[in-house]
Design a protein around this ligand. Structure first.
Ligand code: DAT
Ligand code: MG
Length: 208
């Protein structure tokens, strides 16, 4: 029996043993059977995100990091909350002091830019929270959630617009392509540190 099924049956047992017979048990049974139906739908849909009205959604992962200014300003919780409330799934998370070597690989396309030395100083000035998140179209959606590189150009409601005003302190990183995400995830995480797990609300957040 899966964890989800155990939860459903435990809830049902609690309702019966608390004397909630009659109307409460009936409503409990309705909600349990609805949850079971959702669960069955999810199980038959397989591991991916299946959308009946269009092609199956591609299960994507991306790399998100709260930069040192975000950690220092205690914004980690608020940034994680944005990805959680959007419905994305957290797959990996760690707090680390970034080395210059890791950073030069991460920003390999920027090493010749005039701002690169300042970028290295900033990114190594304190801890970074590195994360991997999963969900349909997450690379594109997370870039929209994060906003323009320069917070002065970012739309209100994006993380960078809401929490910063200068390009050199823009709080958060998000991979800019699926290829970039794959490269960055491999660079920052060992495969064994990423957890595959079933989100019980998957059938609610993506159409099966
Ligand atoms: P993004 O982080 O939006 O993917 P990017 O990859 O072009 O943007 O640049 C990486 C980081 O480098 C960016 O988040 C902040 C810094 N940066 C970019 N352009 C800059 C500039 N003109 N001056 C100072 N820092 C800059
Ligand atoms: Mg970039």
């Amino acid at each position: 029996m899966s964890v989800f099924q155990r939860c459903v049956f435990q809830r049902l047992l609690q309702q019966v043993s608390s004397g909630a017979r009659g109307r409460n048990v009936t409503s409990g049974l309705v909600s349990v059977s609805t949850q079971c139906a959702l669960w069955r739908g999810r199980a038959t849909a397989g591991a991916g995100y299946r959308n009946k009205s269009s092609a199956p959604c591609v299960k994507e992962r991306t790399f998100i990091a709260v930069k040192p200014d975000g950690v220092q300003r205690r914004l980690v919780g608020q940034i994680i909350h944005r990805f959680e409330r959007r419905g994305f799934k957290l797959i990996g998370l760690k707090l680390l002091q970034v080395s210059k070597d890791l950073l030069s690989e991460h920003y390999c396309q920027l090493t010749k830019k005039p701002f690169y030395p300042d970028l290295v100083n900033y990114m190594t000035s304190g801890p970074v929270v590195a994360m991997v998140w999963e969900g349909p179209d997450i690379v594109k959606i997370s870039r929209m959630m994060v906003g323009h590189t320069n917070p002065a150009e970012a739309h209100a409601g994006t993380i960078r617009a809401d929490f910063s005003f200068h390009v050199s302190r823009n709080v958060v990183h998000a991979s800019d392509s699926t290829e970039g995400a794959q490269r960055e995830i491999q660079l920052w995480f060992d495969g064994q540190d990423l957890l595959n797990w079933d989100c019980i609300d998957q059938s609610v957040t993506s159409e099966l």
